[in-house]
Design a protein around this ligand. Structure first.
Ligand code: AMP
Ligand code: ZN
Length: 114
């Protein structure tokens, strides 16, 4: 199911443009509009889920596909020296877009090392 007023559902439906780097029947990946690193991609499912907190065992294949795509897309985008994967989840994480997305950040390390 998709959500009419969700910005990432609109990107998945191509109602608003994105710099797409990957698409298959389940997921789409595109460049973050406000990159926090030289390589900053977002991987999202086409189906709407508010966040990782609303996903469960049923979504294991979908979550696995998104995670497995991260190294492939990071490499294609030129992050050949490592990358970080981030899934902000819920209010306290600072999640701003309530459609689950996997951030793939690489090309430099401007962030705090966890
Ligand atoms: P988060 O804070 O984890 O919810 O991250 C949301 C991310 O979506 C931010 O890094 C934004 O820059 C990015 N973003 C918001 N709108 C768009 C858009 N239309 N196209 C690409 N990235 C977007
Ligand atoms: Zn959505």
């Amino acid at each position: 199911m998709q959500k009419e007023d969700c910005i990432f559902c609109k990107i998945a439906r191509k109602e608003i443009p994105s710099k797409q780097v990957y698409e298959d029947e389940d997921v789409i990946a595109f460049k973050d509009i406000n990159p926090a690193a030289p390589v900053h991609l977002l991987i999202i499912p086409k189906q709407h889920y508010d966040s990782l907190a609303t996903m469960g065992e049923t979504e294991i294949p979908l979550l696995g596909k998104m995670l497995a795509l991260a190294p492939v897309l990071a490499k294609e985008a030129g992050a050949t020296n490592g990358f970080r994967v981030v899934i902000n989840t819920g209010h306290d994480s600072g999640q701003e877009v309530n459609h689950i997305h996997v951030h793939v950040l690489g090309g430099a390390r401007p962030w705090k090392k966890l």
